[in-house]
Design a protein around this ligand. Structure first.
Ligand SMILES: *Cc1c(COP(=O)(O)O)cnc(C)c1O
Length: 432
């Protein structure tokens, strides 16, 4: 499989190059030359396969020959070594719980896959790789956990001081070993700006082999198809499900659309958004107008210019009408998010996190006008990750899952730096 840049100015590359580069040299996102279509025998009989077989079959054509089959099978097996159950909330709504991985958010899946691929590629070349990543919260923890103790790879995470949740901060700063946290006196945009400058710095590139673990990386994006197949594997409805996907950068829903293109039976997709409604507006007006991100209580979706939207357009050959037939969107404000969270908790004894609540609202809105259909909300994070929001709403404390107890007890280790690129560069030159 070859990948081309959606900006059209860079040479084609294989999966290995696309993973190492992250973004194409012309600044574009990589996109696969073809979308492989799965065998109908396979997509209609998913119960007959193990999860590992499903994941392997889905990803193999995208990886091509860049990773030997036995290694790839090991990688997918480790990627999905936790449960991803489909849980019923009410008669027409199910929750696909993507939060049973080590950092309790769906980003674990992409990060675990990518880290292992990069570890394999770095072993081939014997060259140490430094992964540089800026996070507003969830990405950093997933990347830290995914890359912890991966041979040949160092990770440097930049996060905005005081702007990530307490659980998220622990998940970023307590691994040690090859994981290094930089606490930046600034906001997420500053962090992202500093990382971008590092990638542009040719002088630095001479000294350090830098790569990103950004969500646009094909090795993070493509494995997110797995759990759409796992959902269907557990699906007992008469018709294919509607998927409602809480969306920020639109990588998750874009992977779902790839799965559907590959032949997975899906009725419809809903891009569930918070006040950051660039895509809902586009679907209404036909105008795509990026804006500055607004802060909300579902902060992992506070994105004003979703990077993966261009890939979604590509899946539909830039035909907005075709896109609208398969994808709707809905916007849910903070108050409504809280109301839904409380209501679902009381009525159905199911505790959503704020992102899942946005997804739930989007789905109910759709189902109201589409009688007889049933849907799946992608529950992208465990509510404990957003306890600062959730606990006051339900007026109860949430039990801490045993799996993160140890992390919460550990001491935070982070180096404080200012928000200028010079400081980041100085740190990298001395420490990497
Ligand atoms: C990252 C994230 C999202 C948004 O996913 P995208 O792929 O960026 O659309 C939604 N919910 C949670 C909890 C997240 O961490």
């Amino acid at each position: 499989m070859q990948y081309y840049s959606l900006n059209g100015q860079s040479p084609r590359v294989d999966f290995r190059e696309a993973t190492i580069l992250g973004q194409a040299p012309d600044g574009g996102l990589y996109f696969p030359e073809t979308i492989p279509v799965a065998d109908k025998q396979f997509t209609n009989n998913l119960q007959q396969f193990t999860r590992e077989e499903i994941a392997f079959r889905i990803i193999r054509p995208f990886v091509g020959t860049t990773i030997p089959e036995n290694v790839l099978l090991d990688i997918v097996t480790q990627t999905i070594n936790f449960e991803i159950p489909l849980v019923q909330i009410n008669e027409n709504t199910f929750s696909l719980e993507l939060f049973h991985g080590p950092t309790l958010a769906f980003k674990d899946i992409g990060a675990r896959f990518m880290s292992r691929c990069l570890g394999y590629f770095s072993g081939e070349t014997n060259r140490r790789v430094s992964v540089l990543v800026a996070t507003s919260g969830d990405t950093g923890g997933a990347v830290a956990s995914g890359f912890h103790n991966v041979e040949g790879v160092d990770v440097v995470i930049l996060y905005p001081s005081g702007k990530v949740s307490s659980v998220q901060e622990k998940q970023l700063t307590t691994f040690g070993d090859n994981i290094h946290a930089l606490e930046v006196s600034g906001n997420f945009d500053d962090c992202q700006q500093m990382v971008k400058e590092a990638f542009r710095d040719r002088d630095l590139a001479q000294k350090i082999f830098l790569t990103s673990a950004n969500s646009i990386n094909v090795a993070r994006w493509l494995p997110q198809q797995f759990y759409y197949f796992f959902a269907l594997q557990q699906w007992k409805g008469k018709q294919p499900p509607v998927f409602s996907v809480p969306s920020g950068n639109f990588g998750n829903i874009c992977a779902g659309l790839m799965a559907w293109k590959a032949g997975l039976p899906v009725q419809h997709f809903i891009a569930a958004c918070n006040a950051n409604d660039v895509v809902p507006r586009f679907l209404q007006t036909g105008k795509y107008e990026p804006r500055k991100a607004l802060p909300t209580i579902s902060n992992a979706m506070d994105v004003g210019n979703p990077s993966n939207f261009i890939r979604i357009m590509k899946i539909f050959n830039n035909d907005a009408e075709a896109l609208k037939k398969m994808v709707s969107s809905h916007t849910t404000g903070d108050q409504q998010t809280k109301d839904i969270l409380l209501d679902v908790y009381h009525k159905h004894k199911y505790l959503l996190d704020p992102h899942g609540a946005v997804g739930y609202d989007g789905l109910q809105h759709y189902l109201e006008t589409h009688g007889g259909e049933q849907g799946i909300v992608l529950e992208t994070a465990h509510p404990i990750k957003f306890l600062d929001v959730v606990e006051p709403v339900i007026n109860e404390s949430i039990p801490v899952p045993a799996s993160i107890n140890d992390t919460l007890k550990k001491e935070k280790v982070a180096q404080r730096i200012g928000n200028s690129y010079e400081e980041l560069k100085a740190y990298l030159e001395v420490n990497r």
